[in-house]
Write a protein that binds this ligand. Structure first.
Ligand SMILES: [Zn+2]
Length: 111
């Protein structure tokens, strides 16, 4: 009698573990296993990616356009984005025909 109960419990435990394994396999097959695996946004290999503050693209610092501004370093995916940031900071690069370059007296944005 007692042995039968023990066997029943054992069967239940085994059935549960089998279910768990099957569930894991199903999740793996479904391809929805996004939770497992740390850092899926980073392509990995230990390379620290930097973010272009203008367009939000992640880039490898080695291939980025670097802007050094008073010790603060910013990375950009292209010179175009770097120019946009320069213009944002009020340091427009010398580009002919660019509107809004200069005139520091009338600044609409004050902090
Ligand atoms: Zn960019």
């Amino acid at each position: 009698m007692l042995r039968a109960v023990l066997e029943l419990v054992l069967m239940l435990v085994v059935a549960q573990s089998i279910r768990r394994v099957l569930g894991g396999v199903m999740q793996g097959l479904g391809g929805a296993g996004g939770d497992s695996g740390p850092g899926r946004s980073a392509p990995g290999q230990g390379v620290a990616m930097v973010r272009d503050p203008v367009c939000g693209t992640f880039i490898v610092p080695d291939r980025a356009e670097i802007l050094n501004d008073g010790g603060r370093r910013s990375y950009f995916c292209s010179t175009a984005c770097r120019d946009v940031e320069l213009r944002r900071r009020g340091r427009a690069p010398v580009s002919p025909g660019a509107p809004g370059a200069g005139s520091p007296r009338t600044e609409p944005s004050r902090r």
